[in-house]
Design a protein around this ligand. Structure first.
Ligand code: HEM
Length: 184
C-alpha cells in the first residue's frame, strides 16, 4: 500500500498520543525504524498491517477504535491535502461517495503502483446505498470506518453503516422527507 497510509498513521499517533508512542510502535513493528516514510512509495502490506497491529496493542485500541481514529484523520485532515478538488466539489457525504471512483482513479494514475479498492455503488432505495468492496486486500472494516468518518466530516445524514458480508456494506441516510419535516 502507498506510504500515504503509513504517513497518516504516523501523524495521527504523534499528534494525538505523542512522539514517544510512535517510536515505541516503530521499534516493535517490522517497518525499518530509520527508513523515511514517503507518501508515494510502496510499503509492503505486511509492514503496514504490522504497524497497525502494534499501534493497536500499544495504544490499547480495538480494531474498530483504531479504524475510526484512522478514518477521522484520513478523511478530515489527510484527504483534503491529497484531493482538495473533491472536497471543494462535494457538499455532503452522498455527493462525496459518488466521487469515490474518481478519487481512487486519480490516486491510481498519480501514484505508480497504487491499487486502491474498486467500490461499486448501487442505490437500493432513495436513502440506502449498497457499496460493494472489490480489493486485493481485506479491509472492508476500514471501509465502514471511512464511511462513518465522512458522516462526521460533513456533519450530515449518514444514519447507519451496516456490514452485510465481507464485500458488502449498506449505508442508510436520514430520509430526506424526515429531514424536511424536522426542519419545519
Ligand atoms: C479524499 C479521500 C480519499 C482519498 C484521497 C483516498 C485515496 C486512497 C489511496 C491513495 C489509497 C491507497 C491505495 C494503495 O496504496 O494501493 C486508498 C485505499 C483505500 N481507500 Fe481510499 N481514499 C479516500 C477516501 C476513501 C473513502 C471515503 C473510502 C470508503 C468508502 C475509501 C476506501 C479505501 C479503502 C478501504 C482502502 C484500502 C485499500 C484496499 O482496501 O484495497 N477511501 N485510498
Amino acid at each position: 500500500m502507498k506510504g500515504a497510509f503509513l504517513k497518516c498513521i504516523k501523524e495521527l499517533v504523534i499528534t494525538q498520543h505523542g512522539e514517544d508512542q510512535w517510536t515505541k510502535i516503530l521499534a516493535t513493528s517490522s517497518y525499518p525504524s530509520n527508513k523515511p516514510i514517503m507518501a508515494t512509495a510502496t510499503v509492503p502490506d505486511e509492514q503496514l498491517f504490522g504497524v497497525m497491529k502494534e499501534a493497536r496493542k500499544i495504544l490499547r485500541m480495538s480494531k474498530n477504535q483504531f479504524y475510526d481514529a484512522f478514518a477521522d484523520y484520513w478523511i478530515c485532515i489527510y484527504g483534503p491535502r491529497l484531493s482538495p478538488r473533491h472536497y471543494d466539489e462535494a457538499t455532503n457525504s452522498r455527493e462525496f461517495l459518488t466521487m469515490l471512483d474518481d478519487i481512487h482513479g486519480r490516486a491510481r494514475r498519480r501514484m505508480r503502483g497504487a491499487t486502491p479498492p474498486n467500490i461499486e455503488m448501487r442505490w437500493l432505495d432513495e436513502d440506502t446505498v449498497e457499496l460493494t468492496y472489490n480489493s486485493e486486500r481485506e479491509l472492508i472494516l476500514m471501509m465502514t470506518a471511512l464511511v462513518r468518518a465522512l458522516g462526521r466530516y460533513f456533519d450530515d445524514d449518514i444514519e447507519r453503516v451496516d456490514l452485510i458480508d465481507d464485500k458488502t456494506v449498506h449505508v442508510g441516510f436520514v430520509s430526506i422527507a424526515d429531514d424536511v419535516s424536522a426542519a419545519e
